[in-house]
Structure formats: structure tokens, C-alpha cells
Ligand binder design. Structure first.
Ligand SMILES: O=c1ccn([C@@H]2O[C@H](COP(=O)(O)OP(=O)(O)O[C@H]3O[C@H](CO)[C@@H](O)[C@H](O)[C@H]3O)[C@@H](O)[C@H]2O)c(=O)[nH]1
Ligand SMILES: [Mn+2]
Length: 604
């Protein structure tokens, strides 16, 4: 009998895409190395509106190539109420963007799998040994969760790495529990602990009958960093060879500018960078996605070019999609002579976002619209829910607004300084994109016919509607809630979200000619044909598999970095990339809601 296994991660905002890319890339590599690529699926849980409305075709294409299954999910029912209820606790965390992480509760809806290893997108497995979790927890029951103690409160688990058994009943009960209870930390970690962790049952009497169980795993499966408490601990040296996975908790992720420019670098940040670099190289993104560097002398940014002699692989100019992809390369390719820039930063958030976010999205939306608001509108009758979604919504709006502003700026600069035509393909694409008209949209719609097989994979099509139409789940929701538009009704009959996916892919298909080389070759339609044969029946799954690894310990190693790659070559004269608003008091207005990276980037 086959055990259907998956490694899943989550994405509900575009700024975590680097994490999702790097993680997927690394997991694929390790699965391959372990000879388990055909036995364990890689699954991305992504919010429908983010995927359909916000991500660029390039981003979707990459995600499709990395993950064997992409599951589009709608916000939880009563998300607004839950977020509101949790807002005070979440404020203590100072991480408003995490309000939406409650959507992790949908992981238990992935009943197409018998067991799922969930990994936050800010995690990085270091070696194949992390796959041992499937062995350690091979007898896991649906009432158990396997996780590592959190360093903040070790009687609770960290929800960035979780072994779970999907189950409709559990999913339904959990989602009701979320509706009715306030999370300790205002987000998923708190509420999942309250739901699964016996330690969170502070009434001794009730604890006797606590129905679920946290199975504590070795810290080496989820070594969180930064971890100041352990920073100078010799334990890190002792346990280092046993560490299987690193988790970059907190506001600053390895891909954020703060991390990139910080003098103090964690060696694991560097490892993450290596993986991301490799991902880019394998997918030929280096020529597609611009970089910047930070000029330390004046704080201005300067673009680092993709080599102009290696333009995208097309000789014919200007399909729409390509134009989108190339759109931001104008700055980075113009006037470039391939100098290696000092202090290269792998991700230019501004341009990076314009590459991976559907450029049409912001311009088609009113400034009041945002990703989260849109989702909220889709799922509730309450159209005034935006204040409750303040954090993420504002963030998304802000960076979309920012992104528009940058585009406008770039365009102005182009008008002022017409490009030298040493990159005619790029330039023509840019112009093409900027001239994009309604006619182009018509052309796009013509392209929406046959999607590639991988997307039409029936299982994948099934996954969302099945999950969302789960009748028990509906039943168990209180009446007042049920009257609200249930997610299943918002996912108009299975095809609609996929129609959108297909549209995008279809769009790719037509353009594929120019991108063939670019398209990664890692997609495997049938990832699970598993004969692992462990044949574990539900009943046989005894409780209390105390999967405890032997060693529990360790935290972080922060190391002063040798600022590698900092070989300051003289900068080429670059257009002034400082914006008017930088001299105004604009930043004082936007500081509150800008994502860190962008804010830091702007300040610098
Ligand atoms: O804007 C966001 C924020 C989060 N995520 C996803 O949600 C996960 C959780 O967010 P993260 O920033 O990783 O949270 P942590 O800093 O790791 O904070 C802790 O607290 C969170 C809230 O309880 C838990 O979700 C985490 O697992 C736990 O490690 C991310 O990895 C992403 O997969 C997004 O897609 N977009
Ligand atoms: Mn995390």
C-alpha cells in the first residue's frame, strides 16, 4: 500500500516568493539525492487571488516547475473576525503580516495525502536527513502533530515545521476552533498549540482528557535563527553536524535587504543565498531578473546589469509575457558594461517585484483595492472589512503603489534619457510593454486555449474544490457564519480558479517559443507512485509515537561576515536613481506600513 506523502509550504504574499523558490529548489534537490523525488510530492499552498491576480506569468511558471502540486486556497471563513479577535495579541508580536498565517489551518484539508511535512517558506533543509521525519513519524495519527519546541516558550511548538496527518474532521474542528478562540500569539502558532498541544491546556483536570497530542521532535529539525539566547552557546558547535533544517524566524529574512546588507551575517544566511543563486542560475534567471548593488558612499542604488550580450533567448521581439518579464531590465541593462558591481544584492525588491508581480494587476485596480481586501470581499458579505486587514492589506497596497511609482519614475527617466540601443531586444520589449493597450489584452485572451498537461492534471484540479466543498466543514460552521459566502461558493465550480491558472499557462504556451530554454525542466506530473509499502492503516497508527530525536538543542550562530563580493570596482556613471519623494516627507507617511525591505531600501 502506498503512503502518499507531501512536503508543503505556504505563500500568501509576493514578498515571500524568494523563500518559496529557494525552499522548493532545495527540497527538490534533496529529494532527488535521496531517491525519493517520485515518492514525495512538493506542494505549494497559495492564496487564489495572489496566484491568479498578482503573480506574473514568470513567477507562476517557476512555481509550477518547482512544485508538483499547487493548491489554491481561499481565506478561512470568518477570517476577518478571527483577525480582529487576534489583533491585540498579534500586536504584541509586532508582525501584522502574520495575521493571515491562520490559513495554515487549511493544511489539514490536504486529504489527498496521508501525511504532510509542512515547512514555512523561510526554512532551509540543509541535508537529506530532514526526510527522516517521515520515518520517525511513520505511525502518526490524525490527532497528533509533530513539531519542535519553540525557543520563545519551549512548552509550545514552533509552527514553521510540522508533521501532520490531513483529515477532514480535524480540519473542520480546527477551523471552528479558530473562529471561537483567541490565539496566544494572534497567529497560527498560538492557536495550533492551543488546539494540539496538551501543555496549553492549563486546567490540570481537563488536561487528563485532552484529545490531541504534540509529539516533540528534536530541535535539529527546526533550528531557529536568530537565536540570541544561544548565540554564544557552545552547543551549536557540538550539535552542528546534526542540524537538518534552519528556520529564519522573525522580520528579517535572508532575502531581505536588511539581511543582505547587514555586517553581521549568519553563516546560514550565506547558505540560503547559495541556494537562491543556484536556483537563479538553473532557471536562467540571472539574465532575466535584474540586480542592484548598494553604493555605500552615497546610499544611492546602482543597478547591476545582466550581461547585455546574453539577452533573453528570443530573437523575435516582444511577446507580451516577455515584455512583462523584461520590463524592469531597462534600467539594469542600459549603459551597462558588465562590470561586477560592489556589494551585490541578490534581490532588488523594487525591480524584483515588478518582475514577479503581474504588472497589470495594480493598474487595473483602484488604489483602494489590495490583495487581501479582494480576498476578503470574495468571501464575506462584509465589504467594509478592510480595517481588520490593515497590516497585510496596507503592505500590499503600499508596495504595489511603490512599484507603480518606480515604474513611473523609470519611465520618466527613460523619457529624459533615451536608452542607448545596445540592448535592442530589451528595449523593444520595454516599449512594447509600456505601450500595452487593450488590443494586447485581446491578444492575450486569444491565447487562452490549451494549457499544458501539468496544469490540467486532474488531481490538481480536484484539490481545491474538494477541499472547499467538504460538506462536514460547512455543517460545522455556525449558522451566522454559514450565511456568509462560503469559500466553496466563491470558487465557482471547480474550474474557475483553474481556468485562470490555465489562462496564464496558456499565455505561456503561446509565448513558449521564446522561453523554451528558460522553462525549467523539473516538473513531474506524477510525483506519487509510491511503493514505500509501509502499509499503515489508520487504526494501526498507535498513539504516542514518541518520535523524540535524541538531541535537542541549539540555536544560532551569528558570525561576523567577511563581506564577500565586496570588491569595489569603480561604479559606472548611473542615472540618478533618487526619487523626488525621497527628499520630501513622503517616507514619514509610509514608514508605518512599508515592508521592511522596501522601507530600508528606500531609506538607504
Ligand atoms: O507576509 C507573509 C507572511 C508569511 N507568509 C507565509 O507564512 C509563513 C509564516 O510566516 P514567517 O514570517 O515565517 O513567521 P516566523 O517569523 O517564522 O514566525 C513564527 O510565528 C508565526 C506566526 O504564528 C508562525 O507562522 C511561524 O511558523 C513561526 O515561526 C511564512 O514562512 C510564509 O510561508 C507569507 O506568505 N506572507
Ligand atoms: Mn517562519
Amino acid at each position: 500500500m502506498c503512503r502518499k506523502l507531501a512536503i508543503a509550504t505556504l505563500l500568501y504574499s509576493a514578498d515571500y516568493l524568494p523563500g518559496v523558490f529557494a525552499l522548493g529548489h532545495q527540497v527538490n534537490k534533496l529529494l532527488k539525492g535521496a531517491g525519493r523525488k517520485d515518492r514525495i510530492e512538493t506542494c505549494l499552498i497559495v492564496t487564489t487571488s495572489l496566484f491568479n491576480d498578482t503573480l506574473s506569468d514568470l513567477a507562476k511558471d517557476l512555481l509550477n516547475s518547482i512544485y508538483t502540486r499547487i493548491v489554491l486556497v481561499e481565506p478561512l471563513e470568518c477570517q476577518d473576525e478571527s483577525i480582529k479577535r487576534n489583533s491585540d495579541n498579534l500586536a504584541l508580536l509586532e508582525r501584522p503580516e502574520l495575521s493571515f498565517a491562520l490559513i495554515k489551518a487549511r493544511l489539514w484539508e490536504l486529504t489527498q495525502f496521508e501525511q504532510v511535512l509542512y515547512l514555512d517558506s523561510d526554512t532551509l533543509p540543509l541535508n537529506e536527513d530532514f526526510l527522516r521525519l517521515f520515518d520517525i513519524m511513520s505511525k502518526q495519527t490524525k490527532l497528533q502533530i509533530g513539531a519542535v519546541a519553540d525557543i520563545g516558550w519551549p512548552d509550545m511548538f514552533n509552527s514553521g515545521v510540522m508533521m501532520l496527518v490531513p483529515d477532514d474532521d480535524t480540519a473542520s474542528i480546527l477551523q471552528n476552533y479558530i473562529i471561537e478562540n483567541t490565539s496566544i500569539d494572534g497567529s497560527d502558532q498560538g492557536i495550533l498549540n492551543q488546539f494540539f498541544n496538551q501543555n496549553c491546556c492549563i486546567d490540570e483536570l481537563l488536561r487528563e482528557t485532552f484529545p490531541r497530542e504534540w509529539v516533540q521532535l528534536s530541535f535539529t529539525y527546526n533550528v531557529t535563527t536568530p537565536n540570541l539566547g544561544y548565540e554564544s552557546s557552545p552547543a551549536i558547535n557540538y550539535f552542528k553536524p546534526t542540524i537538518k533544517l534552519i528556520h529564519f524566524i522573525g522580520k528579517h529574512k535572508p532575502w531581505s535587504l536588511w539581511s543582505q546588507t547587514s555586517f553581521i551575517k549568519n553563516e546560514y544566511d550565506n547558505q540560503w543565498n547559495d541556494v537562491y543563486e543556484e536556483f537563479q542560475e538553473e532557471n536562467k534567471l540571472k539574465d532575466q531578473v535584474p540586480k542592484i548593488c548598494i553604493d555605500d558612499s552615497n546610499g544611492d542604488e546602482n543597478d547591476q546589469a545582466a550581461p547585455p550580450e546574453e539577452p533573453p533567448q528570443v530573437s523575435e521581439p516582444a511577446p507580451d509575457r516577455e515584455a512583462k518579464v523584461i520590463q524592469t531590465q531597462d534600467k539594469s541593462t542600459e549603459d551597462q558594461d558588465n562590470e561586477s558591481a560592489p556589494n551585490p544584492v541578490p534581490l532588488d525588491f523594487t525591480k524584483w517585484l515588478t518582475t514577479f508581480i503581474n504588472k497589470d494587476y495594480p493598474s487595473n485596480q483602484s488604489s483602494e483595492d489590495g490583495v487581501y481586501l479582494k480576498e476578503s470581499d470574495d468571501n464575506t458579505e462584509n465589504t467594509n472589512s478592510q480595517p481588520e486587514l490593515e497590516g497585510p492589506t496596507d503592505d500590499v497596497q503600499e508596495y504595489i503603489a511603490y512599484h507603480n511609482e518606480i515604474n513611473a519614475q523609470i519611465k520618466n527617466e527613460e523619457d529624459d534619457h533615451p536608452k542607448e540601443d545596445n540592448n535592442s531586444i530589451h528595449n523593444s520589449n520595454v516599449e512594447y510593454e509600456q505601450k500595452k493597450s487593450p488590443t494586447d489584452d485581446l491578444q492575450e485572451s486569444e491565447q487562452q486555449k490549451s494549457a499544458p498537461d501539468n496544469i490540467q492534471e486532474p488531481e490538481q484540479q480536484k484539490s481545491v474544490p474538494d477541499n472547499i466543498q467538504e460538506p462536514e466543514q460547512q455543517k460545522s460552521v455556525p449558522d451566522n457564519i454559514q450565511e456568509r459566502v462560503a469559500p466553496k461558493n466563491d470558487l465557482p465550480e471547480e474550474a474557475e480558479p483553474y481556468a485562470l491558472v490555465d489562462d496564464n499557462v496558456e499565455y505561456l504556451e503561446k509565448e513558449k517559443e521564446g522561453y523554451e530554454e528558460f522553462l525549467p525542466d523539473v516538473y513531474e506530473a506524477d510525483a506519487i507512485n509510491d511503493e514505500e509499502g509501509e502499509n499503515i492503516n489508520e487504526e494501526e497508527r498507535g498513539a504516542g509515537e514518541n518520535a523524540v530525536g535524541t538531541s535537542v538543542i541549539e540555536g544560532t550562530q551569528e558570525e561576523a561576515s567577511t563581506t564577500e563580493g565586496n570588491d569595489s570596482k569603480p561604479q559606472q556613471e548611473m542615472p540618478n536613481f533618487k526619487f523626488d519623494w525621497e527628499d520630501s516627507d513622503y517616507l514619514s507617511k509610509v514608514e508605518r506600513s512599508f515592508p521592511d525591505d522596501i522601507f530600508e531600501y528606500a531609506v538607504e
